[in-house]
Design a protein around this ligand. Structure first.
Ligand code: ADP
Ligand code: MG
Length: 256
């Protein structure tokens, strides 16, 4: 049995808006093993980003437990990298310095080695000395992934990382993140609103309900379903849409 890398038990999150407590996440239970690729899908506003931020230690949770690598999560750590929809690269720093950003305190030669290795991993060799404005959207996300992985975290959290890319670049980047996952064996947890992306990449898909976000179901994805044109792929797609639109009268319309 592989090691448990993330354990979430009875997690609840409320936000206070105008002195009113609003339930955002409700009784989330999730255990993730080292090396898994988990995708999380759900309606806009159901708390997906909040959940990732809680795992990453960027947002406090209200109650329950969240343990990363066997330790209660209280703050961000080098064991957990993050990639967001916007690349969040600092415009005044060269790509190599942006990638090195999370390596404070690492000796210079080790730092250079890690940066070179990760620029190579995301296939940005030759772009070390350019500035973010000189990169395309896909390349900027490559740099953001390199920055997220540079400290060799055991978990990489990805919040709609390809959401701002055009359709073809998006497919290319899905292949890239899969390649990187296989090469680095980092545990990946990706939030996406793109059902195809969730099926293509996820070993397990966490399907969430509308706010307050609860886990409706977790689907184990068969390896045969990785081919987007296959009947298995269509099967998972229908299953997920069924969860989202089970109450809607026009639910069958999406089945083309
Ligand atoms: N800091 C905050 N204060 C109050 N409400 C928030 C805060 N952050 C997020 N929310 C609310 O929590 C809900 C879930 O947000 P989010 O996690 O961003 O959803 P998702 O990523 O699934 O679209 C939304 O209704 C949002 O407005
Ligand atoms: Mg979000």
């Amino acid at each position: 049995m592989a090691d448990t890398i993330l354990k979430i038990e009875h997690l609840n999150k409320t936000f206070e808006v105008d002195k009113e407590k609003i339930d955002i996440l409700k009784d989330i239970n999730l255990e993730i093993k080292a090396g898994e690729f988990i995708t999380i899908v759900g309606h806009s506003g159901c708390g997906k980003s909040t959940l990732l931020k809680i795992i990453g230690g960027l947002v406090e949770y209200t109650d329950g437990t969240v343990e990363r690598n066997g330790k209660k999560v209280t703050e961000p750590g080098t064991d957990c990298g993050m990639v967001f929809q916007e690349h969040r690269l600092l415009p005044w720093l060269k790509i190599k310095d942006n990638v090195a950003f999370g390596l404070d305190g690492v000796p210079q030669d080790e730092r250079e080695k890690l940066v070179k290795e990760h620029i190579n991993l995301v296939h940005l060799d030759g772009f070390e000395n350019v500035y973010p404005a000189q990169l395309s959207g896909g390349m900027s996300q490559r740099a953001a992934i390199a920055r997220g992985l540079v400290s060799n975290p055991s978990i990489l959290l990805l919040d709609e990382p390809f959401g701002a890319l055009d359709a073809l670049t998006r497919i290319q980047m899905q292949r890239e993140i899969q390649r990187i996952w296989k090469e680095k064996k980092t545990t990946m947890i990706m939030v996406t609103h793109d059902i195809d992306e969730a099926i293509y990449l996820g070993k397990r898909i966490v399907v969430m309900s509308a706010r307050p976000g609860e886990i409706k179901t977790i689907l184990n994805v068969d390896s045969a379903a990785k081919n987007r044109g296959s009947a298995d792929f269509a099967y998972y797609k229908k299953k997920i849409y069924d969860h989202f639109f089970e109450d809607a009268e026009d639910a069958p319309e999406y089945i083309i």
